[in-house]
Design a protein around this ligand. Structure first.
Ligand code: NAP
Length: 498
């Protein structure tokens, strides 16, 4: 293995990678789900074996602490293994069988069998802020491979050496486990990402990063002669609404939780709470300044992110009606950054929502005070799409919390009650998505078991003989999976003569 940063991928190599992914596509898709699961487990095992090589490079390139990186690597291997379980369980295929019914009204029904099939080679743009879990071997890669799609991975330049090393580990593990050649490859260079995206052999794209870059790449994907699905996870504000009852009864707990959540990882999480709504004059606010001042300074991921943060923060602090409660610049030294706390009120937010409702990626958040609950609901209504929305409320505040939850249900992908949005569990029921601008594809998630659905396309087979059907749709349930047969879920074979 080498850990020196690679040069940008040559055009010739990009062509080889695209041709290899295309060649691998049919063979990878034809493997039984269980066989693809074994490939994913092999990658997870290999990452664990290589941890001692990977972790120091990650620490050097991202400035993230060792414990965080170790935890993130464990999350990455867990993610790969979860998708192996998803494949073994099999319901992700949505295998559905309607046997022929000559008595069906208004017209006789032919034999119809529907299943999900891989879309083909997927281009993944790795994120900067999770060098393992949303990068080379991260969730997008794991879910695309699980679906049966070869992956062309555009590495993030924020951790080039780690991307190259991880790419080698993944490719070698797939090859050793019998994966088709060309199943996975890493490319580098901003223009190479665009070239791959515009190539007709790429059938879907996954992206995690900024709104501006994500939108530009989405537009490029739609401009192709054959547009393709673009699953972009972009910016998110993750508002937290604290009701009068919660502010009165749990002031200390809420202040602690909020400061911890918005400063965690130097604020470099897509789920960082960007705004906290408090009743005017709440004692929560009294505690915040003191807690924020006690947070240790930290180094951001890279200069590009730090420059973007400083720029956005100064724009935000200059918005009419925004005041600075704690100014990190007071104690800042060298490349480290401290938390900044801003404050405003609801009338200021509603006077210029676009200016204040802007993601500031880093350790900054705005406390917004409301005079009455009408103002709180009006503020909630001003939000566009967000990955999360959090309500801190009390059981006896029914009408208000119902209204907040309903308003945010229409705007967010995950609703949190009396908790905090940072921390995204990799689980079957997780949804990490939301309406634009949180994502470009609000019907889907980039985390959790159903992330695989992004890379699968439904096909119905009508009147096709048994031996020509995919295994998942034959009368005999070869894969032992849950299927819907004539309307009912079952793992049984389709009875003869049905
Ligand atoms: P970025 O600037 O959005 O870049 C992400 C990826 O897209 C990189 O691989 C980049 O390639 C590529 N890219 C960007 N513009 C492109 C273009 N016009 N054509 C082709 N490829 C392009 O993300 P970042 O560097 O990680 O962070 C910048 C900002 O993104 C942060 O300050 C933050 O606001 C936001 N961010 C959001 C999330 C989230 O989860 N929502 C996560 C991380 C960052 P090159 O780097 O090679 O140019």
């Amino acid at each position: 293995m080498t850990d020196s940063p690679p040069l940008d991928t040559s055009i010739e190599r990009v062509e080889d990678v695209l041709a290899g992914a295309t060649d691998a596509s049919a063979r990878l898709g034809e493997l039984d789900p269980g066989e693809r699961g074994e490939l994913l487990v092999a990658v997870a095992d290999a990452l664990e074996v290589a941890a001692a090589d990977l972790l120091p490079v990650a620490a050097r390139e991202t400035h993230l602490p060792d414990r965080r990186l170790e935890g993130e690597l464990a999350r990455t291997t867990h993610q790969l293994r979860l998708f192996a379980e998803v494949l073994a369980e099999g319901s992700y295929l949505e295998a559905t069988i309607d046997t022929a019914d000559p008595r069906s009204v208004p017209t006789p029904r032919p034999d119809l069998r529907r299943v999900l099939v891989p879309v083909g080679p997927v281009l993944v743009f790795a994120a900067s802020n999770f060098p393992f879990a949303f990068s080379v071997a991260g969730g997008d890669t794991a879910s695309a491979l699980a679906a049966g799609c070869p992956v062309v991975l555009k590495a993030h330049p924020g951790h080039p050496g780690l991307s190259a090393l991880t790419g080698e580990v993944v490719t070698e593990a797939l090859t050793a486990a019998g994966g088709p050649e060309g199943t996975f490859a890493v490319v580098t260079g901003v223009d190479k990402g665009r070239i791959a995206l515009l190539d007709s052999r790429i059938r879907a794209v996954a992206f995690t990063g900024s709104l501006s870059a994500g939108r530009a790449l989405f537009d490029l994907a739609m401009s192709r002669e054959t547009p393709i699905p673009f699953y972009g996870e972009l910016g998110s504000l993750n508002p937290v609404f604290v009701t009068p009852g919660a502010a009165e009864r749990r002031a200390a707990e809420i202040a602690d939780g909020y400061v911890n959540s918005f400063t965690l990882g130097v604020g470099q999480f897509c789920t960082k709470p960007g705004l906290l709504f408090l009743p005017a004059g709440s004692s929560v606010l009294d505690r915040l300044a003191e807690l924020v001042r006690a947070v240790p300074y930290g180094e951001m991921l890279n200069d590009r992110i730090r420059r973007a943060y400083t720029r956005t923060l100064s724009d935000l602090a200059a918005v009419q009606g925004v005041r600075t409660v704690v100014d990190a610049a007071d104690g800042e030294e060298g490349p480290v950054v401290g938390p900044t706390l801003l404050a405003a009120d609801v009338p200021a937010l509603l006077a210029d929502p676009d200016a204040m409702l802007t993601e500031c990626f880093g350790p900054t958040s705005i406390v917004v005070e409301y005079e009455d609950t009408d103002q709180l609901v009006a503020a909630a209504d001003a939000f566009a799409g967000s990955l999360t929305a959090t309500v801190h409320g009390e059981p006896d505040e029914g009408g208000l919390v119902d209204e907040l939850l309903a308003t945010m249900r229409d705007r967010a992908g995950r609703i949190i009650w009396n908790g905090w949005p940072t921390g995204v569990a990799v689980a079957w029921a997780m949804h990490h998505g939301g309406p634009y601008p949180a994502t470009t594809a609000p019907l889907h998630t980039s985390v959790g078991a159903t992330a695989i659905r992004r890379f699968l396309r439904p096909v119905s087979y009508q009147g096709v003989p048994q031996q020509l059907l995919p295994k998942a749709l034959q009368d005999r349930n070869h894969l032992h999976i849950m299927r819907r047969v004539n309307g009912s879920l079952t793992t049984a074979d389709v009875p003869a003569g049905t």
